[in-house]
Design a protein around this ligand. Structure first.
Ligand SMILES: C[S@@+](CC[C@H](N)C(=O)[O-])C[C@H]1O[C@@H](n2cnc3c(N)ncnc32)[C@H](O)[C@@H]1O
Length: 255
C-alpha cells in the first residue's frame, strides 16, 4: 500500500464511518485503455474508427480540454456547451442535442456499447452538435477547463448503496466543486436518481458546495410544475417509474 493510501485508510470503526460519510479524497480510477483491449469489440472499434471525429477514447478525450468549441465543434466561444455524465443508451443525450441545435453537448460514458448507441442516435438524427467520450467521471477535471461548460446532467448514476461504497458516487462534494468551477455563471446542474438513499446523502454533499438549490423534490411526478412538464424520461427512468419508484430530482444553479 502506498504511503498516501495508508494515510487515507480508516483504522477504527468510528473512523471508517466518518470516512465514508462524506467524500474527502477522490481516488483516481484505473481505466483500461481502448488501444490495448485484448479483445476489441465492434463498439470499441467504432469509437476509434467510424465515430473517431465525434467519439473520443480515454486517451484522446483530454486533448480537447479547453478546446471543445474551437477544435472539436469549430464554433465560437459563446456557443453554450452542455455535459451529460453517464449517458447510458443515449435517449436523453440525443433528445437534448436534437432539441437544442443552438447548443453543444458532450457526453461521458464508460461502457462501449451505450457510448456508441448514444452517439449513433445523435448522428442518425443529423446532429452536428454532439460528441461523446469514453471517460470516467472521476477524471472530469482533466476534460474541461474552468468556465468551459454550461449546463450539466447527471441522470440515474450508479447508486453505490452497499456499505462503505458512497465514496464511488459521482455526486460528491469534490466533483461538485469541480463542476461548479467549470460552469459558466447562470448554468444549472440537474441530478435525478431512483435511490432515496443516494439522494439524501447527496443533499449533504450539496450543502457543502457553492450551489444554490433552485428546486428539489423526492417525487418528480407528484405535482404539476415546470420541472415535471419539461422533464424528459430517460431509459432508466422509464423502467423505475413503471415499477412505481419515486424519482428524486434536484436542480442546482451557479449564479
Ligand atoms: C444507471 S445508468 C443511467 C443511464 C442514463 N443516464 C439513464 O438515465 O438512462 C448509469 C450509466 O452511467 C455509466 N457510468 C457509471 N459510472 C460512470 C463513470 N464513473 N463515468 C462515466 N459513466 C459512468 C454506466 O456505464 C451507465 O451507462
Amino acid at each position: 500500500m502506498s504511503e498516501t493510501a495508508a494515510q487515507n485508510t480508516p483504522k477504527s470503526r468510528q473512523e471508517k464511518d466518518d470516512y465514508f460519510k462524506t467524500v474527502k479524497v477522490l481516488k483516481r480510477p484505473e481505466v483500461n485503455l481502448t488501444r490495448t483491449l485484448p479483445r476489441p469489440t465492434e463498439y470499441s472499434l467504432a469509437l476509434d474508427n467510424e465515430y473517431k471525429d465525434i467519439a473520443f477514447n480515454e486517451e484522446r478525450a483530454p486533448e480537447n480540454k479547453g478546446q471543445w468549441r474551437s477544435k472539436v465543434f469549430k464554433v465560437n466561444e459563446e456557443m453554450p456547451l452542455d455535459v451529460e455524465i453517464g449517458t447510458g443508451a443515449g435517449n436523453h443525450f440525443a433528445h437534448w442535442a436534437i432539441k437544442h441545435p443552438e447548443r453543444l453537448l458532450v457526453g461521458l460514458e464508460l461502457k462501449y456499447k451505450p457510448l456508441i448507441q448514444s452517439i449513433r442516435r445523435a448522428k442518425v438524427a443529423s446532429c452536428k452538435n454532439a460528441a461523446i467520450c469514453r471517460y470516467h467521471a472521476f477524471n472530469l477535471d482533466l476534460l474541461f477547463d474552468k468556465g468551459e461548460v454550461n449546463n450539466v446532467f447527471i441522470h440515474f448514476p450508479d447508486p453505490w448503496t452497499s456499505p462503505y461504497k458512497p465514496k464511488n458516487r459521482v455526486v460528491n462534494r469534490i466533483i461538485l466543486d469541480w463542476i461548479y468551477e467549470m460552469q459558466r455563471p447562470g448554468s444549472f446542474l440537474d441530478f435525478k436518481t431512483d435511490s432515496r438513499e443516494y439522494f439524501l446523502w447527496a443533499l449533504e454533499e450539496i450543502k457543502a458546495s457553492k450551489y444554490k438549490v433552485e428546486f428539489q423534490t423526492l417525487n418528480l411526478y407528484s405535482e404539476n410544475n415546470k420541472y415535471k412538464e419539461e422533464n424528459f424520461a430517460t431509459g432508466f427512468e422509464k423502467i423505475f417509474t413503471k415499477q412505481g419508484i419515486e424519482i428524486n430530482y434536484i436542480r442546482l444553479v451557479k449564479e
